[in-house]
Design a protein around this ligand. Structure first.
Ligand code: HEM
Length: 197
């Protein structure tokens, strides 16, 4: 439940938070959804979800700026050297894989900005530049499911709802997933039948 639910819920909260702060991004999500509905109809079919490239990029950018799992824990099964350090067998190694996409300025220009377009440049980032789902034999098995879930959440909101933050300025707390301390109260108003917009 922790791996499959809390991670995805943390991203959903942060995406809504970021969208409230970046109305120009939200407008682009709504525009994309209008286009997807016009082309594929209101049902979330596989092709329709695949066409939501901008909406999915918003989800990825929300994960980049606030990774649900900043780090993860491994046990060294053999002694090895890394960057001049000796890591003995049996030590716990904390790999800050989730934060990789935040701290490499040369790899992610303007990394402080919320810019979903960075995922749409045509050239996919190298796997080592974005390890929010881990990397290697134990890469997250639910990564695609999570991306689809949050893409559909944002698409549903964009098609049929208006929302605004009840209060802003919350700080982020981690317990251990990062989340706005105030729980991000949001006022949501329905615009019509989300299936038909
Ligand atoms: C935003 C959502 C998620 C994030 C950021 C995330 C992140 C991660 C990370 C960092 C790992 C460890 C990878 C490694 O050791 O290299 C992992 C493993 C795993 N995740 Fe996720 N995860 C997410 C969603 C999910 C979902 C939705 C499921 C299941 C429905 C899931 C199931 C698992 C499982 C079973 C593993 C262990 C895989 C293994 O050891 O072979 N995760 N995840």
């Amino acid at each position: 439940m922790y791996a499959g639910y809390d991670t995805t819920a943390s991203v959903a909260s942060n995406a809504v938070w970021q969208l409230a702060k970046h109305p120009e991004v939200w407008d682009k999500v709504k525009e994309e959804q209008a286009g997807v509905v016009a082309e594929y109809g209101p049902v979330f079919t596989e092709v329709a979800v695949e066409a939501m490239v901008y909406t999915e990029a918003v989800v990825k950018e929300a994960m980049r700026v606030m990774p649900p799992l900043a780090a993860n824990f491994k046990i060294a099964t053999k002694t090895f050297g890394l960057a001049g350090r000796r890591i003995p067998k049996g030590w716990m190694v904390v790999t800050a894989t989730g934060s990789t996409a935040q701290y490499f300025n040369d790899r992610w220009p303007m990394d402080a900005d919320f810019r979903p377009e960075r995922f749409l440049t045509g050239k996919a980032p190298d796997a080592c530049q974005d390890m929010v789902f881990g990397l290697g034999a134990h890469t997250c098995i639910g990564s695609r499911l999570s991306l689809v879930e949050n893409t559909v959440v944002l698409a549903t909101l964009a098609r049929g709802y208006v929302f605004s933050l009840v209060e802003d300025g919350s700080r982020v707390v981690s317990d251990p997933m990062p989340r706005p301390e105030n729980g991000l109260p949001v006022c949501v108003t329905r615009r019509g039948d989300p299936r038909n917009q």
